[in-house]
Design a protein. Structure first.
Length: 129
């Protein structure tokens, strides 16, 4: 006599479903980790971009200004009567917001040397006389 052995048993079905669900769980956790990592990297890139933009604007303004018209007091840079300062996380030029999302803004003048730090970027400039 021949037995009819077509199809799958309930045990085989349950084992295959358990394996499939483990594989899907692993794939979804990898995908969620990738999305979180991508979001964190995009935020860091945006912060660095904002810092570089603010640094470029400030260095251009300092370099084109006359040295007699540059004044620095209490982290407020004044060039030709226009004040540059950090208000919360926004770098302002007078009342106008130049760049947002800036963590810190430090400017120190020591003689003809100006040290400028915006976020994580720092530079030193020498004023020509």
């Amino acid at each position: 006599m021949k037995k009819n052995e077509k199809g799958i048993t309930l045990v085989e079905l349950l084992c295959s479903l358990a394996l499939l669900s483990m594989v899907l769980l692993l794939v979804s956790s990898i995908q969620m980790f990738s999305v979180k990592q991508s979001t964190a990297q995009n935020e860091e890139i945006q912060k660095q971009t904002d810092d570089r933009l603010a640094m470029n604007m400030l260095t251009k303004e300092i370099r084109k200004a006359d040295s007699a018209k540059i004044n620095i007091q209490n982290n407020i840079l004044t060039i030709d009567g226009t004040k540059y300062f950090l208000d919360g996380t926004s770098l302002k030029k007078g009342d106008q917001v130049l760049v947002s999302n800036i963590k810190n803004f430090t400017i120190i003048q020591n003689g003809d040397k100006i040290t400028l730090q915006v976020g994580s970027i720092s530079t030193t400039m020498y004023i020509r006389k």
